[in-house]
Design a protein around this ligand. Structure first.
Ligand code: ZN
Length: 404
């Protein structure tokens, strides 16, 4: 087992408190800290911290000995790569409206953009690899998100409550077909509107949202979200599109699985994100980055309804969050206020163990490492029979592995 040092990504939407606090650094941080990446992603891999203080890239170490670190079978299955990327995500502001492709779509899109000669790091590149990117977000704090299309019959209730005369023709479009086809028609209409129309419609929506938020009632939170998005992204089609999505609040420990084609935008809060090791994002707005509407429309899933919220299932002392993704599995454990005896860390391939609270003591054979809040360990396939115990109140652990 090896201690990891993990890169922090300073995107502008990041929190200045969450990751600094986790790492025991001064709060607020001088710059936003949006994500901490734990893994072997080529864009920003974790580094192994050697006992003598030296560092090696986890990506280089894995590439040098994939069978040793992943195990022979898993190395073959995952083509010598760590199949997952673990992140601590801390959002003070909304992230872009986005969806991720299926495996088939990613393979086809990656080959197509290669054939078209678009550089891998070009700003207008959609497919940076040939992999899908299912993801799981598990809340550390109260976590707010827009996830998947709301039942259009309910959305008609919101749109009518907003009472925006400039949108009445659009409301009727959905009312005529309150199902996936109507959602596709209205989303396509909105996302392809000329800027001159958006410059009229978004302020008109803003007026309706002010009134609806002030009135309180069932749609007040949705109205406030529309207001916040319109203030941050005036004239952005994503503000309209966001009206079609489920407004979800997760309590700490609750999680959402985002399958391919699911349109989503994280709004605020801190969470643990675990995903397949891919960068493939198709954006639909609420971002200064590249937006490719036709490609987004190709991958979007217009089925509707509230997204299932996972609370995890007990597995001995651990809570595990099963998903259809084979690339990853998240387990969590919380000591509560008391100290406990040792608990076994499940075996199986390469794993990353992150402490998000308290302090843990990890034992592998005769080797013992302390894992204070914010610290993380890499466990190779050969690190079997690892045990961990809480060495301080409030110890919280997150264990990432593949889902095989
Ligand atoms: Zn996403």
């Amino acid at each position: 087992m090896e201690l990891l040092e993990n890169p922090v990504r300073p995107y502008a939407w990041g929190s200045r408190t969450v990751i600094a606090d986790l790492l025991g650094e001064s709060v607020p941080s001088p710059h936003p800290q949006a994500e901490m990446w734990l893994g072997a992603h080529p864009g920003d891999p974790s580094r192994i911290v050697h006992p003598d203080g030296g560092r090696s890239s986890l990506l280089d170490v894995l590439t040098g000995d994939p069978e040793g670190l992943l195990g022979a079978e898993r190395s073959a299955r995952w083509e010598g790569k760590l199949p997952f990327l673990l992140k601590v995500l801390a959002a003070d502001e909304p992230l872009s409206l986005q969806a991720h492709p299926s495996l088939d779509q990613a393979r086809e899109g990656f080959a197509r953009e290669n054939a078209a000669g678009i550089a891998i790091d070009a700003s207008d590149r959609n497919y940076r690899d040939a992999n899908h990117k299912p993801e799981l977000i598990c809340a550390l704090t109260e976590f707010h998100a827009l996830v998947g299309f709301r039942d259009p019959v309910e959305t008609l209730g919101l749109l009518r409550a907003l009472d925006v005369p400039e949108l009445s023709a659009h409301v009727e479009l959905l009312a005529a077909q309150p199902g996936p086809d109507g959602l596709r028609a209205l989303f396509t209409t909105w996302i392809t509107l000329p800027q001159s129309m958006l410059d009229e419609l978004v302020p008109a929506l803003q007026k309706g949202a002010v009134a609806l938020a002030a009135a309180g009632g069932d749609w007040a939170r949705e109205a406030r979200t529309a207001l916040e998005l319109s203030e941050r992204y005036p004239g952005d089609a994503g503000v309209l599109a966001a009206l079609l999505l489920n407004r979800v609040v997760l309590a700490p420990g609750e999680a959402l699985f985002l399958p391919a084609g699911n349109l989503h935008a994280y709004l605020a809060g801190a969470g643990i994100e675990l995903m397949a090791n891919s960068d493939n994002v198709l954006r639909g707005g609420l971002t200064p980055k590249h937006v490719d509407v036709p490609e987004l429309l190709r991958v979007l899933d217009f089925t509707s309804g509230p997204p299932p919220v996972h609370s995890g299932q007990p597995e001995g002392p651990w809570t595990r969050y099963d998903t259809p993704a084979e690339e990853f599995l998240l387990r969590t454990w919380s000591s509560g206020d008391g100290l406990t005896g040792s608990l076994p860390v499940p075996d199986g391939g390469a794993r990353i163990l992150l402490a998000t609270g308290g302090k843990a003591c990890v034992r592998a054979g005769s080797e013992i490492l302390e894992l204070p809040k914010g610290a993380a360990l890499f466990l190779a396939a050969g690190d079997s029979g690892v045990e961990v115990e809480s060495a301080a109140p409030g110890t919280q652990l997150h264990l990432a592995s593949d889902g095989l």
